[in-house]
Design a protein around this ligand. Structure first.
Ligand code: AMP
Length: 456
C-alpha cells in the first residue's frame, strides 16, 4: 500500500491519526476476541450450557440475519432498537434483511415456523449468540456483542417467571458476580389494564410536552411507557410524579405479580420493586426485570427479560404465553475482571520440544505426536536454529518443561527434561520421555478428549 495515500476513514473516526494506524481496522464498536479473553467466553458458555441443561432447556441457533419484518413486527417499530439501532440491508434481490439485534423475535419465529407448538409445552430454549445494534459505541455498549439467553414458551404461571429469574441468578452466581447486581422488578400489565393506564399517562403529560426531551416527545405519541425510563433529568422528574402502573393493574396482573414475588422470596432471591422499569420492547406483558449494577444502576444492566404473552400470536402463531431472559456477555466479562474472578486456563502449554540436527528433528516429530495424543499440550520449535534461541522461545511461552534433543542425546538414545521453573534438568532414556513428562505434569492435568468415548 502507498503510505502517502490518505487512509479513508469513517466520518465517526475523525480525529484519529491516520499514518500510524495499520491500514485495516475493525469498524467502530466491534472487536476481536483475542486468545487471552477466550477463556472467559468458554467458561461462561460452559456455565450457561450446564445450568440450562439441568433445567431442561435445549439449545437453539437462529440465523444471524432474518427478514427485517421479524424484528419490526416482534420488537415493535417504535422501540429504540427498531427505530435507530438495526443493521438493515438489502440482498441482491432487494429483500430487506437485518442482522439480529436480539434473539427473542427470531426464536419465536422459529417456534412457529417449525411447529413447536405441537411439542410438549413449555418449549424451553437457550442460545449463545452474537448480536448487532447500531448503538453509539462506548464502554459496555458495542455494535457487535454476545448474549446468552433463554426462553420458556407455551405456559403461563408466576412460578415459571420466578424460575427464569432464578436460572439467570444461578448463572450469575456461578460466574462469581451475583452480588454485584440487584434484581429490579416490575409488572407492566396486560392488554386488559395497560391501555387504560397509557391513557392516564397521556392525560398526565398533556400540557407538559415542552419539558420533555425530543425522544420523549416522540415516545409520548408512539410508546408512552418509555417516558418512565428516560435518563434525561427533566423527564425523570416528571416520571417520578407520574401515575404508577402498579396502581392500575387489573386483578389478574396484580395477583400474578404478587405470586412472582412470593416465589422469589421463597427461593431467597432479593429484588427491588422498580415502578419505572418498562424494558424497551413492545412485546412484554406482566413481569419485567433487569439485573442492575449496584454501583451505577441501569447504565450497566447486565441483562433483563420478562413475560411476553402476546408475541407468538402477534407473529402469526396461536395465542401462546412465554417468558425469557437475555444477558450481555461483554458486560459480564468486564464485571468478572473487575472482581478478579479467575477462570480455568486451558491454552497454556505443558511442554516445549527443542532439538538440534536433522536426526533429532526426525525423532522429535513422532515424539511430539505421542505427547499430544496422551494429553500433553506440546509445542516444537521445528523451524528454529540454535538450541539457545529455542530455549529463549521456551521461556517466552512460559512452559513448565522443555525436552531437549541434541546431537549427543540422539547418539546415546536419551533426552533431557528441563524443569523451567527451577532451571534443573535430568537425562532420561528417550523411550521413557513421555511417561516421565506425564509423571511431572500429573495425570489430572492432561488435556484429553476422546470423541468416541463421549458417544455411548
Ligand atoms: P436488552 O434486552 O436490550 O436489555 O439487552 C440485554 C443485555 O444485553 C443488556 O443488559 C446488556 O448486558 C447487553 N447489551 C445490550 N446492548 C448491548 C450493546 N450494544 N453492547 C453490549 N452489550 C449490550
Amino acid at each position: 500500500m502507498d503510505s502517502k495515500k490518505p487512509i479513508v476513514m469513517d466520518d465517526e473516526d475523525e480525529g484519529s491519526t491516520g499514518p500510524l494506524k495499520p491500514p485495516y481496522q475493525t469498524p467502530k464498536g466491534v472487536h476481536d476476541i483475542l486468545p487471552h479473553d477466550q477463556k472467559f467466553y468458554t467458561f461462561m458458555k460452559k456455565v450457561v450450557r450446564h445450568r440450562c441443561r439441568q433445567a431442561g432447556f435445549k439449545r437453539i441457533t437462529t440465523p444471524i440475519f432474518e427478514f427485517t419484518d421479524v424484528f419490526t413486527r416482534g420488537i415493535g417499530a417504535s422501540s429504540d432498537i427498531v427505530s435507530k439501532e438495526m443493521y438493515t440491508f438489502q440482498d441482491r434481490k432487494g429483500r430487506s434483511l437485518t442482522l439480529k439485534p436480539e434473539s427473542t423475535a427470531g426464536v419465536v419465529r422459529s417456534y412457529i415456523q417449525n411447529g413447536m407448538q405441537n411439542l410438549a409445552q413449555p418449549v424451553e430454549l437457550y442460545y449463545i449468540e452474537p448480536h448487532f445494534r447500531y448503538d453509539r459505541p462506548q464502554k459496555g455498549r458495542y455494535r457487535m456483542f454476545w448474549q446468552f439467553g433463554f426462553e420458556c414458551i407455551g405456559e403461563s404461571d408466576p412460578a415459571l417467571d420466578a424460575q427464569v429469574i432464578q436460572l439467570a441468578h444461578t448463572i450469575l452466581k456461578d460466574l462469581g458476580i451475583a452480588e454485584l447486581f440487584q434484581l429490579q422488578l416490575n409488572s407492566i400489565g396486560c392488554e386488559v389494564c395497560r391501555p387504560n393506564y397509557i391513557q392516564i399517562l397521556r392525560d398526565f403529560y398533556f400540557g407538559k410536552e415542552r419539558s420533555l426531551c425530543a425522544d420523549c416527545k416522540y415516545r409520548l405519541e408512539k410508546n408512552p411507557l418509555r417516558l418512565l425510563d428516560c435518563k434525561e433529568e427533566d423527564c425523570q422528574i416528571l416520571a417520578q410524579i407520574a401515575p404508577k402502573l402498579a396502581d392500575y393493574l387489573c386483578t389478574e396482573c396484580k395477583e400474578y405479580d404478587k405470586n412472582v414475588k412470593e416465589f422469589l422470596e421463597e427461593m431467597g432471591i432479593s429484588f427491588k420493586q422498580n415502578n419505572s422499569l418498562v424494558r424497551g420492547l413492545d412485546y412484554y406483558t406482566k413481569t419485567v426485570f433487569e439485573f442492575w449494577d449496584k454501583t451505577d444502576g441501569a447504565q450497566n444492566a447486565i441483562g433483563g427479560g420478562g413475560r411476553y404473552d402476546g408475541l407468538v400470536e402477534l407473529m402469526g402463531g396461536q395465542k401462546t404465553p412465554a417468558c425469557g431472559f437475555a444477558a450481555g456477555m461483554e458486560r459480564i466479562i468486564a464485571a468478572m475482571k473487575r472482581e478478579k474472578i479467575r477462570v480455568p486456563e486451558k491454552d497454556d502449554l505443558h511442554v516445549f520440544v527443542a532439538q538440534l540436527g536433522d536426526e533429532a528433528k526426525k525423532k522429535c516429530l513422532p515424539l511430539i505426536a505421542e505427547l499430544r495424543e496422551r494429553g500433553v499440550r506440546t509445542m516444537g520449535a521445528l523451524g528454529k536454529g540454535a538450541i539457545k534461541t529455542q530455549m529463549r522461545l521456551a521461556d517466552k511461552f512460559k512452559v513448565p518443561y522443555t525436552l531437549i534433543l541434541g546431537l549427543t542425546e540422539v547418539r546415546e538414545g536419551t533426552i533431557i527434561i528441563r524443569d523451567m521453573s527451577v532451571g534443573t534438568q535430568v537425562t532420561v532414556p528417550f523411550e521413557k520421555a513421555v511417561d516421565e513428562v506425564i509423571k511431572r505434569i500429573g495425570e489430572k492435568n492432561l488435556d484429553r478428549f476422546s470423541p468416541t468415548e463421549v458417544i455411548v
